[in-house]
Design a protein around this ligand. Structure first.
Ligand code: GLC
Length: 482
């Protein structure tokens, strides 16, 4: 399919989903926080550099610490993301470093954060009723929710009631702030003889958050989500990348992950039809990756990853993060995951394109999945373009104004994947290129991204495409339109 046909397919997806639109119910767990977003420029880096030893930063670039114990570690993580144009998230181990970042870097804006928080707002803005787990709910956090369609379970003497975030605040709760350092393509920074230039816009996240690190279940959420599970169509779970290998009280990531799967099993027991999607994050620890693969994957239907996360979960013991954009390679790895863990769907989203592999048992036809992916990708492009949670009408408007272009790299990777599928006898080259999907068990769906010409946000794009696609699937599969 050439560019013009893709633009038409994108517009069609918007209208198809809009027509099928009605309010559904979703459960979202487990991580919600506040993102302090800083648009980092050269002067910010130079200011930070005055407080560190440059040779120590250089050392860490060659031997990545993968966590932040010091400002040197922070800068090493940031430089690597700039050099490779990739996103990353490292955990800050002491409040001291977090305070230094607050003082030396600061922020430009506070936004909703955490995949749970982001997915909640996307679904709620699309008109769905969402029941999120909000482990910490001071008023600053409550203000960031799209209040109208979001309901928080609140425990009372007479059982659980449901209130909008602003009526459910817990004023004594801590503020959970993650430091998001966004950078633009072309940002150039130097470190002694080394200099790096960002090949694309992206971000480095440094997180000090002891509450989400335990995937704490908010008061009332356990009982409340079980009550709502019967009428919900899907649940999206996330936050596992924040787990620690070991906690001060002696618990491990295995204990914490196991607690969440207990809850997932409770939802499933009241509603066997519930679709459960787990969205992964940048998971530095191989022990945590192993715990997630062993305890979470067997209890969910669908898993979402970007290209880096796919490599991480495909080869959980590898220590170096890999980032390849090759569609045949990502497809083969995703296929490995779906088979090994008996998943019903693996969804890979990259900046240039998305691939979904779906088993028939997932209950969504590949053609419906194709529409759902286009819809999700368009919402993500709209978020990148506007910097605020997208709506169908904003997406329509941005399309009309020509604010997006179809990824050329995505189109090229589509051709490569079509060749691979054809040579393996799984699809006809021409059919796959023309339709973007192929039936089968599993079926394969491919969509090149819509890229915003000017980018206002890079954080939360994965959460947007994944929750948009999840909503699209649920609307299209029950309406029979696709
Ligand atoms: C991770 C980060 C969070 C960010 C989110 C975006 O969960 O911890 O700060 O908002 O990713 O997907």
């Amino acid at each position: 399919m050439r560019r013009k046909r893709w633009v038409e397919a994108y517009s069609r997806s918007l209208e198809t989903v809009a027509q099928a639109s009605r309010s559904l119910k979703f459960i979202v767990g487990f991580n919600v926080n506040i993102d302090a977003v800083k648009h980092v420029c050269r002067e910010d880096v130079e200011r930070l550099m005055r407080h560190v030893s440059p040779s120590e930063v250089a050392k860490r670039i060659f031997n990545l610490p993968m966590k932040v114990d010091s400002l040197e570690d922070f800068l090493a993580g940031f430089f690597i993301c700039v050099r490779d144009g990739v996103g990353g998230e490292w955990i800050i181990t002491s409040s001291d470093v977090s305070r230094k970042l607050e003082k030396l870097l600061g922020w430009d804006e506070m936004r909703m954060g955490g995949q749970g928080g982001n997915m909640t707002n996307i679904l709620a803005r699309l008109g769905h009723r969402v029941i999120p787990n909000v482990p910490s709910l001071p008023s600053q956090q409550a203000d960031l929710f799209y209040d109208e369609n979001v309901v928080i379970p609140v425990p009372t003497d007479r059982g659980v009631t449901f209130k909008h975030p602003r009526e459910a605040t817990r004023p004594g709760d801590p503020l959970l702030i993650h430091w998001i350092s966004e950078f633009k393509r072309g940002l150039s920074v130097s470190l002694g003889d080394l200099s790096f230039e960002a090949p694309r816009d992206n971000r480095f996240i440094a997180t000090f958050d002891e509450v989400n690190a335990r995937l704490q279940i908010a008061p009332g959420f356990w009982e409340g989500s079980i009550l709502e599970a019967k009428e919900a169509v899907a649940a999206a779970v996330s936050g596992y990348h924040l787990l620690r290998e070991k906690y001060l009280n002696g618990e491990t990531c295995w204990d914490v992950a196991g607690r969440t799967t207990h809850l997932i099993r409770e939802w499933r027991s009241v509603n066997p039809e519930l679709t459960i999607h787990a969205e992964m994050g940048f998971t530095s620890s191989s022990e945590v990756r192993k715990a997630v693969l062993s305890l979470v994957f067997p209890h969910v239907d669908s898993v979402g990853v970007n290209e880096t996360e796919l490599h991480m979960f495909h080869s959980p013991t590898h220590t170096k993060p890999l980032s390849s954009y090759s569609a045949p390679e990502l497809y083969l790895k995703a296929r490995g995951l779906i088979e090994k863990y008996r998943l019903k769907r693996v969804f890979v989203h990259t900046r240039e394109y998305s691939i979904s592999i779906i088993k028939q048992s997932y209950g969504v036809h590949p053609e419906e999945e194709f529409m759902a992916l286009l819809f999700g990708a368009l919402l993500a492009a709209t978020l990148a373009d506007t910097g605020t949670p997208p709506t169908i009408s904003k997406a329509r408007e941005a399309m009309k104004l020509g604010r997006f272009e179809v990824s050329e790299d995505g189109i090229r990777e589509h051709e490569k994947l079509a060749s691979l599928l054809d040579s393996e006898g799984e699809a006809n080259y021409k059919f796959f290129l023309e339709h973007g999907f192929v039936e089968g068990d599993p079926g394969v769906v491919f969509v090149p991204s819509m890229i915003a010409r000017e980018i206002k946000a890079t954080v939360g794009l994965g959460d947007t495409i994944c929750s948009g696609a999840l909503a699209g699937e649920q609307l299209l599969k029950s309406s029979g339109k696709g």
